[in-house]
Design a protein around this ligand. Sequence first.
Ligand SMILES: O=C(O)[C@@H](O)C(=O)COP(=O)(O)O
Ligand SMILES: [Zn+2]
Length: 216
Amino acid sequence: MTATLSEETRARDAIAAVGKSIFDRGLTFGSTGNISVRLSTGETLMTPTNASLGALDPARLSRFSAEGVHTGGDKPTKEAFLHQCMYCKRPQSGAVVHLHSTHSVAVSILADTDPEDVLPPLTAYYVMRVGRLPLVPYFPPGATALAEAVAARAEKSHAVLLANHGPVVAGKTLADAQYATEELEETARLFLLLRGSNIRPLTEEQRKAIEENASR
Ligand SMILES: O=C(O)[C@@H](O)C(=O)COP(=O)(O)O
Ligand SMILES: [Zn+2]
């Protein structure tokens, strides 16, 4: 089955618009980062490799069949398999965003964070959008082992932090994935701002009350 033209056209335009918004606000740089959207047919659209998120051409996005075969567009991101692993483990997800957002990357390099949950629950909005954030051990960008390590965590976690690299976040929609990635970045910034201060994160009880109502 092929997606209706209007759904695919809208998804292509949305990827380019979100990419530009992210790039223009300095949330990723150069040709770093990649974005994908899964259509209702199971086909996926992904950003091409070596493309600036700030200057994406909707017509040149890489296209994959529901079976994961590259069927059109430019050469896909080297993280195509990682995006596919996220979708495979998360049937409810319709989009994946990966950025090199500075504060998130900085936190991914710290040696003294909890690898099961890298950032404390500083605000309710962070718990709503991101929740618990596991750290995926370092593997080179584009490596099959990196995608497999993400897949191992993806069923439980829609958001993961790649060590010495950056965040990967899935969402029901592209807007959900974008907003969660931005919230992660802002919380990473707060966390670094507060390092050395005596902080009072949300309690486990407060966190659980928010998690009960969160749907990702
Ligand atoms: O860090 C990397 O090299 C990739 O994860 C990345 O962010 C950009 O790679 P492409 O999407 O292949 O340009
Ligand atoms: Zn990357």
